[in-house]
Design a protein around this ligand. Sequence first.
Ligand code: BDR
Ligand code: CA
Length: 311
Amino acid sequence: MRTLIFDTDIGVDDAFALAYAARTQRLLGITTVFGNVAVGQAVKNARLFCEKMKIDAPVYRGCSRPLALAPSAPAKLHGEDGLGDAFTNPYSDRAPGAVSFIIDSIRAQPHEITLVAIGPLTNIASAINQAPDIIPLVKELVIMGGAFGTDGHSGNVTPFAEFNIWKDPHAADQVLSSALRVVVVPLDVTHKVLIGSKEIQQLNQPVLSAIVRPYLAYSLQKEGFDGMALHDTLAIAWLCQPQAFQLMQGPLRVITEGIARGQTVRKISALASRDDPFRDLPDQRVALGVDAAQVRDHFFRTLSDQSGSRP
Ligand code: BDR
Ligand code: CA
């Protein structure tokens, strides 16, 4: 079991991931960021979801816009409020600052904290820019984001870009080219782990069943699939079942401008050039293969266990 800071723009699949994390890891705090929803809504959503699921973790408010780009509209597929418009939300959108919470926590518990980032990487980039001394003190940063083209999975916002990276490509490029110890869980694997609407009902988790409705309707209408990709849950699956993933290793960058804005790229050329954009960058790990059955099995067993105990 790891000690986590869970960084999220909490929408529907983030909520599934949070439920899974709460049953398998120790949650030190939930840091919110813009993305699927505005950051204030993310604060409210995190508090509401924690109350409904009996998750005990403090919530922090992070960045409200990308580092360099103009803000773009929130995603709509998670419902207007990001949690399927299933509940009235009485919570305040005010909370202590996420970036200082990340910095202070890592300094206080060096080498102990795993960061899980399942939204735009703006909070993480801001933390390492403000306090580069924390970089070697982070145990691991697990990112759901990016797409490297395996089996045609090269993007879900544009043909080149995945949503979390596309929202703030400058932050993502800084984080991926930093010396943080990173594992990237991209669309290449998250699109392979699907859950059907009937299986969601069988989890017997009324809150998850309620928030997922518009997301499933969107998926059925757009993709003809009555279910969803688990996406953010795969970042937690990496912590629970690392043996289920096949990793590639090498330096990573993000394209920040032009038609391929938000594209994640890894070094595949052996060309030695003075202009090599990967020059002197550390190797990072990227999951390009996954045993979907193993991941699904552990996720189902964990979430459908009504005692809330950890399988
Ligand atoms: C990512 O985009 C968001 O909408 C999801 O929550 C997930 O983090 C998938 O591309
Ligand atoms: Ca997310």
